[in-house]
Design a protein around this ligand. Sequence first.
Ligand code: UDP
Length: 140
Amino acid sequence: MAVERTLSILKPDATRRNLTGKINAKFEEKGLRIIAQRRIQLTKAQAEGFYAVHKERPFFNDLVSFMISGPVVVQVLEGENAVQANRDIMGATNPANAEAGTIRKEFAESIEANSVHGSDSLDNAKTEIAYFFKPEEIVP
Ligand code: UDP
């Protein structure tokens, strides 16, 4: 296994319910380290750009509206096998299918308002980290 970095976002449903600490504890308990973190209000253009891969999907407009409905916390997580490790900590996209103990099982409100984003591959992680962070903002 290799030490990797992945991009994580705590979504507006999580910030609205004051869950950022509880969610961060899940990452840290499983050995992921938060090496960059910033609370921001996404613009519509930023949210559309971030989710551009989904722009033909029926849920795209609702997803963008949701992602700009309140603050988000963008983060870089580092650790062994971090991309897959974070996907395991997050749980399935639809909380109804998420395993016990995962963030989405414990906290998600719906398939859309599912509390967290995590990169789904190492290549995407590199692109997504660069979307939000300059190299000097990442402090391992
Ligand atoms: N999403 C949605 N409806 C769907 C599928 C996805 O609103 O039917 C939203 C949800 O917030 C999800 C995001 O779109 O997290 C990106 O979808 P993806 O399939 O990439 O899931 P993820 O990688 O976040 O588990």
